[in-house]
Write a protein that binds this ligand. Structure first.
Ligand SMILES: Nc1ncnc2c1ncn2[C@@H]1O[C@H](COP(=O)(O)OP(=O)(O)O)[C@@H](O)[C@H]1O
Ligand SMILES: [Mg+2]
Length: 512
């Protein structure tokens, strides 16, 4: 109960309003952000403040004295009188003193969501006070958030990458269908699992490191890991992990990309290159066939000659067992020589797995020259070697590197067909390149490549030869690229073509 009015006459005090309570009440009513409605026990509106006017679109004068149910849509409108009667009879409140979300009806007929709190005043007569707040904006905002959430969910659920979120200990909290597919496990199984338990045992360390690195740097990081499926199989994946703190809790957001098909493709490309390299070797053999045939014919002819001589000796009733033995000795030696040549050929043609090994380039260049020797002599071609000493090794496949050098040499021989025999020279050089690289080059004294053809040199099936296949350079280029190197052509000063290869120096293996 308010006490006695303060001394003096406060502003707003009138004859009918001693103490100015009414004036102050009205000022408060006008200032309220929420709508305030007072009704009597029959539901008739007695007070309707400006905020209520704004909310419902009625002027106070339009509603005072009318039943409050006019501010409600059906079914509440039809039932309000009964509610009120019930309450007055039983005293059991349904909304009074509780407050809840309800709906209002504006003058223009629109229905809107509102929060309503109702209290009752038991004075000389019964009154009810309702405080009303339009919550359309909140409802709209909630609906917008829900729509946005649904949208995000749609994106995440249909993402081609596996996505999961995990807490600070890397325990999985959210997953998308692609992640379930990658893992071969249902969502219900995955939730709560530690991500580290889903990867191959050897890859757990990577996951731990990533987790720590992400936490330290909050920089997203990508690593290759293998996910272990329940069937025991491994799915090769790349894992991209970022870290954030949400509501004070650490949160890992990770994307996992299935790399199986990509790796399968790489494998196919490797196999194809392998096959091509093999085809390339066979075709080089074809190009060298006449020289090789010539080389093998020599020991065979010698064998035939010695065999005839031996037969004659026998026919004569040989006296000199020593001559006879000498002939047999020669036969054996020549047969060995022919066998050697064939052996070298077979070793080169054999299709072997590509190996990645430490290769001494100089050693391979010398081996190729030994091998090509037959062919070179057949074409009256001299080789000048300028190999830099003490070159560090490169990481490559020795036989394939020989193939590259041999392709260059074969092309050089072809290019010098019109050069007088005495001037046919091939210069082969090796050297350290810029950066950590080793280079070698093959230079001839032929006509070089016409400027219009330079761009197409390394394209498959580019050839200017009547019986060329146009694969030699293309295969060479892809072999070198496979080991991280580069191939190019330059015009030699004073005429001739110069083909170059650059390969990275092998990284020393670190021992722990
Ligand atoms: N040393 C060279 N001098 C001039 N042209 C060359 C040389 N090496 C290659 N070329 C050109 O590049 C083309 C492609 O060479 P390559 O791929 O080995 O296929 P092919 O020898 O079967 O023609 C050759 O046809 C030729 O026109
Ligand atoms: Mg060629």
């Amino acid at each position: 109960m308010p006490g006695a009015p303060p001394e003096g006459t406060p502003a707003g005090t009138t004859q009918q309003d001693p103490g100015g309570y009414r004036a102050r009440f009205e000022a408060a009513l006008n200032a309220m952000v929420d709508g305030l409605i007072i009704i009597d026990q029959w539901g008739r509106i007695e007070v309707f403040n400006p905020a209520a006017e704004r909310i419902f679109g009625y002027r106070a004068a339009e509603v005072i004295g009318r039943n409050v149910k006019m501010l409600m849509p059906e079914p509440w409108q039809g039932e309000h009188d009964r509610y009120l009667r019930n309450y007055l009879r039983t005293g059991v409140p349904r909304i009074i003193g509780i407050g809840r979300e309800a709906q209002g009806l504006r003058k223009d007929g629109t229905v809107f969501p509102l929060d309503i709190a109702i209290g009752e005043a038991r004075g000389e007569r019964m009154q009810f006070v309702g405080i009303v707040r339009d919550i359309s904006w909140r409802k709209n905002a909630e609906a917008a958030i829900r729509a946005r959430e649904a949208e995000l969910r749609l994106i995440i659920d249909n993402a081609p990458a596996g996505i999961f979120m995990a807490d600070g200990l890397c325990r999985i909290r959210t997953v998308n269908p692609e992640f379930c597919r990658l893992c071969g496990r249902a969502q219900g199984v995955l939730l709560g699992m530690h991500f580290a338990d889903l990867v191959a045992a050897e890859d757990r360390g990577i996951v731990d490191e990533m987790r720590q690195a992400a936490q330290r740097a909050s920089q997203p990081d990508t690593q290759d890991v293998r996910i272990r499926r329940p069937d025991g199989g491994l799915t090769p994946c790349s894992l991209h992990c970022s870290y954030t703190v949400q509501d004070g809790q650490p949160l890992f957001v990770a994307q996992v990309l299935d790399r199986s098909s990509e790796l399968m493709m790489e494998q196919q490309v490797r196999e194809q290159r392998d096959r091509l390299a093999h085809v390339g070797r066979l075709s080089t053999m074809g190009e060298m066939a006449s020289g090789i045939a010539h080389e093998i014919t020599q020991p065979l002819t010698a064998i035939a000659t010695y065999a005839q001589a031996a037969r004659r000796m026998l026919a004569r009733g040989a006296q000199g067992a020593q001559d006879f033995e000498e002939a047999l000795e020669q036969i054996a030696r020549q047969a060995e020589r022919a066998g050697d040549i064939i052996q070298r050929l077979r070793g080169f043609m054999r299709r072997e797995e590509i190996r990645s090994e430490l290769v001494d380039i100089n050693e391979q260049l010398r081996a190729v020259i030994r091998f090509a020797d037959v062919d070179l002599r057949h074409h009256y071609t001299r080789v000048e070697l300028a190999l830099a000493p003490d070159l560090p090794p490169v990481q490559a496949d020795a036989v394939q590197l020989q193939q590259v050098a041999l392709n260059f040499i074969r092309n050089a021989v072809d290019a010098m067909a019109e050069v007088p025999p005495g001037e046919r020279v091939i210069a082969i050089r090796s050297a350290r390149g810029p950066g950590a690289a080793i280079e070698f080059s093959v230079t001839d004294r032929g006509p070089g490549v016409s400027p219009g053809d330079v761009e197409r040199l390394f394209a498959p099936f580019f050839t200017t030869k009547a019986h060329g296949i146009g694969l030699g350079l293309s295969i060479s280029g892809s072999i070198v690229a496979a080991f991280g190197g580069r191939t190019w052509y330059s015009e030699h000063e004073g005429g001739g073509a110069e083909f170059h290869v650059s390969l990275p120096v092998a990284q020393p293996v670190e021992h722990e």
